[in-house]
Each structure stands twice: as structure tokens, then as C-alpha cells.
Design a protein around this ligand. Sequence first.
Ligand SMILES: Nc1ncnc2c1ncn2[C@@H]1O[C@H](COP(=O)(O)OP(=O)(O)OP(=O)(O)O)[C@@H](O)[C@H]1O
Length: 356
Amino acid sequence: MNQVMSSGQRVTFEYHMTAYIFTVNQVIMKGQENSGDVERGMISNDTSFIFEAANTSSIKFVNQHEAASSNVLRDDFNPQSLGIGGLGEQFAYICRRALLSRFVPLQMFHKLGINHVKGLLLYGPPGTGKTLMANQIGKILNGKEPKVVRGPDIVSEMIGKTEKNIRDLFADAENDQRKHGDQSKHHVIIFDEIDAICKMGGSTRAAEVARHRIVQQLATKMDGMKALNNILLIGVTNRKDLLPEELLRPGRFELKVKFSLPDESGRLQILEILTDKMENSFLAPDVNLQELAARTEKYSGAELEALVNSSVSRAFNRASSVHSTKMGFDEESFKITMEDFLHQLHPLAVQVISVN
Ligand SMILES: Nc1ncnc2c1ncn2[C@@H]1O[C@H](COP(=O)(O)OP(=O)(O)OP(=O)(O)O)[C@@H](O)[C@H]1O
């Protein structure tokens, strides 16, 4: 306790008469998972450890992420600490339905005879945090960035290439399950813009046949996921209406979660997240995020991000014209004001689309 550990540090310890060495790969501050790696941290009562065996090691760890994720699975967990604003309901639902079972100890999991949800579809208007949520879920399960593929990159004009791309999607998880069985790590695959496979090739009969074949192949591959306990495929789309029913059946994308434009309290949370790092030093005292949240009805999270970025640019422009005669930039006096935000409110085109 109170021991300081830093990234890269090697530590020897003894357990049941055997000596072990571990190396600290990463130090993450609780509640600041998004602010990147920190160099060192102090071990406290609340510290969670995640051990990963070295490639050359014969040691196997089981139920590794149970402890680290216990906070995330608590009812009162606030997803804002993961950088997700206004999506508490969606987050809680996904945790309950798609994640919880993955933290049940293996023996109990087998006794219960339950199956994990293997396919999750996040759908809703552009910029509402679907990809952000998918990424964070991937990190919760895996402790690292999930594999992301984009529909338009999977689809290829070359004969057989799309099929190969779909096969490749599942290959790592299949190999891992074959090699490590129940001990295989989780494989989270994010299939962004999945509707692209339903739009490929235009409106000819041949294109229709090709699309049907690809959808069939994906459906068959997803059925094969039944045998794989180590996979979670997350489809992301703002055109759920384009996806054929067969992909949405139980066992495939069985859990569907709708995302909508944030309400006022959601917008406030998103603005707080987006300005979190500049809060103390760069935001002028007159900046009122509550008022901004009230005045940004129908803005998506991405549009709020654009608003913050353009307001920062405006403040930069002002600061650089003030200091144009001097060399350098005065960090001390640089402030983003309420006026910067309000000025940027109107030019932004608010895009509202209907989503099925
Ligand atoms: N709920 C949110 N909380 C915090 N940031 C958000 C939220 N929604 C959107 N953002 C910001 O907007 C960016 C874009 O959002 P994201 O890519 O997750 O949207 P999306 O719903 O997947 O959009 P698309 O359908 O266009 O791919 C995010 O990287 C994040 O910075």
C-alpha cells in the first residue's frame, strides 16, 4: 500500500514458494481512463490490477477483468468518466444484457448453461456517440482498443474479396478459441457503417445477387459465433432500415440499442466532457455550459464537439491578432469566452434525419 509504481517498472514477488516477475505495462488513473497513460501512480485500497501473461509464459490467468470492471457494472456507475455523455440508459442496458454474463466466473457460467449475447447493434442518427460507446465497451471487455472495420472497407469490387474480408473478421477469435478454449481473451469487433454491405454495387440484378450472398455469408458466420464464447460483434449504423431481417434475428445482431439526439442534460454532460481539460485554465469565468446546453437543441454530440472546436479556433484567432506584433503566444491570458461559443452557435447547420 502507498507504493508508487511507474510504467515499465519490473517487480519481483514470491507466491506459494515460487518467484515471479511482473512488468508494469500501463498505469491508468481511476475516473480518468480517457486522459491517456500516466507515468506513475500510487497503490491504494481501490487499486485494481489486471495481469497479462507474457507470450512466452505458461501461466494462465482467469476471470481477469472481473475486478477491474466491477465498478463499470455497478448501477450507479457514471459513464461520463469514460467520456460518454447523456447515454446512461443505453450504457446500463448494454452492461446488463451484453457484458454482465462475461464477468460471471467460468464454472458458474457453465453450470447456468447461459449464452453470451454475441451481436449488438447500435443504431441512430449520425454523431450521437454510437462508435464512441462501441469503443468504450470494447475497452471494458478487453482492456484495450477493439478491432474496428468499416463497412465501405469490407465491400470490394473484386470477386471473392468481400467474402474473404468477412471471413477474416472472425479469424482471430476462431483461432484464439481453438488454441485457448475457455481461457481465450475477448474479441470485440466493431463493424462501423455496416449498412454499406446492403448498398454495395448499385441496383442491377447482379449486384442484388452479390449483396444477398454477402448477407448470407455474414449471417452464417454469425451463427458460427454460437460456438465461440470469446466474441462480441458490435454493428454500428444510422440506416437500420437497410439491414435485412435475417441479420437482426436472435443469435445474430440480437440486442438492438437505439441512440437519439441528446436532451438538455445529455448536452450538458457532453459539453462538460468536451471542455473538461480546458476547464480551469482556458475557459473564461463567464462561460455558462448550462445555458449553452439549453441553446443547442437538436445538436448531436458530434455537432457539440464541432461547436467547442470552432469556439476554441475563434479564441485562437482573437489571441493571435492581439499578439500579432509580438513573438509567441501568451498561454496565461488565453481565454475562450461565452461570446466565442455564442458566436459559433448560429452558423452550424443542424442536421436532423429520421431514423428507423
Ligand atoms: N454522447 C456523447 N458523449 C461524448 N461525446 C460524444 C457523444 N456523442 C458524440 N460525441 C463526440 O462526437 C464524436 C463523434 O461521435 P461518434 O462517431 O461516436 O458518433 P456516431 O453516432 O458513431 O456517428 P456516425 O453514425 O456518424 O458514425 C465522438 O468522437 C465524440 O467526440
